[in-house]
Design a protein around this ligand. Structure first.
Ligand SMILES: Nc1ncnc2c1ncn2[C@@H]1O[C@H](COP(=O)(O)OP(=O)(O)O)[C@@H](O)[C@H]1O
Ligand SMILES: [Mg+2]
Length: 264
């Protein structure tokens, strides 16, 4: 689908430098974990990529080309930590997903056999149902308001909204942190399955190295807005080169190894 490349990325809020000199490539179809302690600049990196934080230095490239840095206009989608805040409480979940669809429907298989054009009402409803089904929400619930859903289900809807734009790159910022522990595993499994099936590049932001180990091909470690370590996940986990990485690793319960299990 797409690759994401950050070159010398810096973000300042006024005189405060939140992120500086970040070079990071998320290769096409792969998963990169961005880890670091609270306030290390993880969310700022994600927001800078989609134009929600001011890029004060460097460049962001998708498939090697620069991005129009207007939110909602990029092939990069961001899913936030808190599904309670990211969904409009007055909008049905079906309407919330429909709202995120591109204005014109895409040629589904790029074959040129069905030209891109305006959605008919039926096509739009079918696409919303497809997206809800993709994230494990019964499409029959499309008319329900977010209040009728659990936190995990809301995060699934937020994911469906992000996927509606058919992004080449997805940024998931602490997507399970606000959820009940009992549903975190199911949402992570869903994310992993979707990444494999749809093939988008995933920048997975987390403070939890146990989860990153489970999900990621590559790990990048942020401290005070700078990358201090980056490499293949297995290598970084086995032989962390930086003190920050060792500290984050020491937060993982040692034995038994924490595993993420498939929830019903
Ligand atoms: N809009 C903002 N204005 C000023 N400072 C901010 C803003 N957003 C984040 N920061 C600061 O930037 C630093 C990095 O924040 P953030 O990217 O949210 O870290 P993380 O996601 O790793 O916890 C923190 O010190 C935070 O207080
Ligand atoms: Mg954050």
């Amino acid at each position: 689908m797409s690759s994401l490349e950050l070159r010398g990325v810096g973000v300042r809020y006024g005189r405060f430098t939140a992120v500086e000199g970040v070079d990071l490539t998320v290769p096409d179809g792969s998963v990169t974990g961005l880890v670091g302690g609270s306030g290390s600049g993880k969310s700022t990196v994600g927001k800078a990529v989609v134009g929600l934080a001011p890029l004060t230095a460097g460049r962001i490239l998708v498939d090697g080309v620069g991005q129009p840095r207007r939110p909602g206009r990029t092939p990069v989608q961001l899913v936030f930590q808190n599904p309670y805040a990211s969904l409009d409480p007055r909008l049905s979940i079906g309407a919330a997903v429909a709202e995120a669809l591109p204005r014109t429907r895409l040629d589904p298989d790029n074959s040129g056999s069905s030209a891109a054009g305006r959605w008919t009402r039926a096509e739009r409803a079918a696409e919303v149902a497809r997206l809800l089904g993709l994230v494990g929400i019964d499409p029959a619930r499309a008319a329900q308001l977010p209040a009728a859903l659990s936190g995990g289900q809301r995060q699934r809807v937020a994911l469906a909204r992000a996927l509606a734009a058919r992004p080449g790159v997805l940024i998931a910022d602490e997507v399970t942190s606000a959820l009940d522990v009992s549903v975190q595993g199911a949402v992570l499994n869903l994310l992993r399955r979707l990444q494999r099936d749809l093939g988008f590049a995933l920048l997975f932001i987390s403070h939890d190295l146990a989860v990153v180990r489970y999900l990621c091909d590559q790990v990048a470690v942020l401290e005070s807005g700078r990358l201090v370590e980056c490499g293949p996940a297995a290598e970084v986990m086995a032989r962390p080169a930086h003190e920050t990485t060792r500290t984050l690793l020491s937060c993982i319960p040692a034995l038994p190894a924490r595993t993420v299990t498939e929830a019903p």
